[in-house]
Structures are given as C-alpha cells and as structure tokens.
Design a protein. Structure first.
Length: 314
C-alpha cells in the first residue's frame, strides 16, 4: 500500500547503514553506525541500534525489516554462516534474534540478491519479471530474479555469477578457482593490472594522479586518467570491457533475462564502454535475440543495500 514503510539494513565489515523506505522505493531517511565485531552480541547490538535510529520519528508502524548481510548465509532460515569479514558471526540466527526485539517480518539475504530485487521492484528493471543484476565493485556480485522472485537455487547459494570462470588458465581468484570474472574485471582486478603495468615501466597519467606512489592507485585514480584520455587506462578498460562482454553473453545464453542491470562502484569505470559492451554482447551470444535485451545502469548506487533490504519485505 502507498503508505507502507520498511526498514532496509545494509551490514558491512565496518558499518551498518539503515534507512526508511516507502512503498515507491524512495529512501526517505538513513543512518549509519559502526559495526562492532568483538562478539556476536556486539554485532547484533550494532544492527539493532541502526534499526532503532532508522525508525519513523512520528511512530508510524513499519511493515517489515529487510537485512543485507555478508555471505555465506542461508536466506531461508536467516542464519549467517561464516562470512570472512564478520568473524563474530558463525552460524548466527540473525533473523530470529532481530525478531525478538521487533515483532514484524524480518528477512535476510545477500546484498546482490536484494539489490536485484530492488531494481526489479522500483529501479531500472521495474516491470520486468526476469532480471540479471551485476554489481561491479571491489568484487563482482550478481543476483537473479525469476518470475519476480529471487532465485536461490536448491540450498540458497545460487547467483554467484562473479565466480564464473572465463579462462581456466587465468589468475587464481580469491575463491580459489582460476579465471573468475571477478579476478579479471572487478575494480580490484583493474587496479592490480594498472599497477603491474606501471611497475613494468608503462607511462601513464595514473602515476602522476597517484603522487608517484603505485600503491596509492585506486579505481578513482584510474577513472580520472580514463576521462583525461590516458592510453594505459583506456587499454586496460577496453580489455576489461571485452571480458565483461564475454561474461554477460554467457549469462544471456544461460538465463535469457528480460534486462541486465549494472550497479556498483566500479560501474562508473565501465560507463564509457556501455555501447561497446552492448555490441559485443550481441555478437558473442548465441541467442539470436540477444540484441533485444537492454543493459541498464542501476537506479540505486551506494544505497542499494538499504533499498534491497526493504525490497525483501515486499
């Protein structure tokens, strides 16, 4: 209903963001508190504190609380299993613990799944029932929406598209496999390749922007050099765009979605290459109607976790 309000919560390794989201997907207010990982109880207290601060000041009721938490997790039970960046939680029943304080429906899922649902409900994929969402950032995460619902697979672990390999001889990913798209085309991977090329002697504006310190190079540094027409930044991003194109063509051939939505902090690096990616995806896919599938930038940027959390409750 039009007046419905939801609390969306985005849990990270160092902070918890929470916001009030209305039925149109608008984030009307938000807060941030530090995430404390000393113990399971301290972590839960940080989450409950963020929720309390996000509640409506006029005491209007909320319809639900949706939480984006680092995985691995079980979205059906709301159990946080063993996230690497939240060592305080091992087999921690987050959903049931939050429901002890708030007598409303509580849902827990990973950030990419929830962001995919938010884009399908209110964002770039509004009106679409079958959506493939990719968040390009430090890593690469994906979410799949089928028939208007998150596709979780048999155990809740489906949707790890960032760890689909495009080259079995490629670099070893953090997950342990060779040649994952994350190891090639994430923000982290792009910065690593730029640093390596400069260390090998390549000249680039990136070096000046980083104050001569290779270790100070970031995705933002690369983006600035790219905008200035730097040859090395352009070369690296052209290579990365080709890898993303190959990967997305694979996703189309497997899923045949109505739309592909791209979000995440590193998406701005790819923005100048969207037209090229669109053309290459069509050429590389065996789907004869791949050209009909739009590739759109996400509505929600840094707030995708808050919007995604709220979407879990709709």
């Amino acid at each position: 209903m039009a007046g419905d309000l939801f609390v969306g919560v985005d849990i990270g390794g160092t902070k918890v963001a929470a916001g009030l989201v209305n039925a149109s997907g608008e984030i009307t207010s938000q807060v941030r508190v530090p995430m404390v990982t000393v113990s399971a109880e301290h972590g839960l207290s940080a989450v409950l504190s963020a929720i309390a601060k996000a509640l409506p000041q006029d005491c209007r009721p909320i319809r639900g609380i949706g939480i984006c938490a680092p995985g691995p997790l079980d979205p059906r039970s709301g159990m946080i299993l063993n996230p690497p960046n939240l060592p305080c939680w091992r087999n921690f029943p987050l959903t049931s613990e939050v429901q002890k304080t708030y007598a409303v429906p509580v849902r827990v899922d990973n950030d990419a799944n929830a962001a995919a649902l938010a884009e399908a409900r209110w964002g770039a994929a509004r009106g679409c029932n079958n959506v493939f969402y990719a968040t390009l950032g430090t890593g690469i995460g994906t979410g799949i929406v089928f028939d208007g619902k998150i596709f979780h697979g048999r155990t809740g672990a489906a949707g790890e598209g960032g760890h689909v390999s495009i080259d079995y001889r490629g670099p070893i990913c953090a997950c342990g496999k060779s040649g994952c798209i994350e190891a090639f085309a994430s923000g982290t991977a792009i910065v690593k390749r730029v640093r390596e090329r400069i260390a090998e002697g390549s000249k680039s504006l990136v070096t000046d922007l980083a104050g001569g310190n290779v270790e100070s190079i970031t995705g933002e540094t690369v983006a600035k050099a790219l905008a200035a027409g730097d040859a090395l930044a352009s070369e690296i991003m052209e290579e990365s765009a080709e890898m993303i194109s190959l990967w997305l063509s694979n996703m189309i051939d497997v899923l045949d979605p109505e739309i592909i939505v791209i979000g995440g902090g590193a998406a701005t690096l790819y923005q100048p290459f969207f037209a090229t990616i669109r053309q290459r995806v069509t050429a590389l896919s065996i789907n004869p109607r791949a050209h009909e599938i739009p590739i759109a930038p996400a509505r929600y940027g840094a707030d995708s976790g808050i919007a995604g959390g709220a979407a879990l409750c709709t």
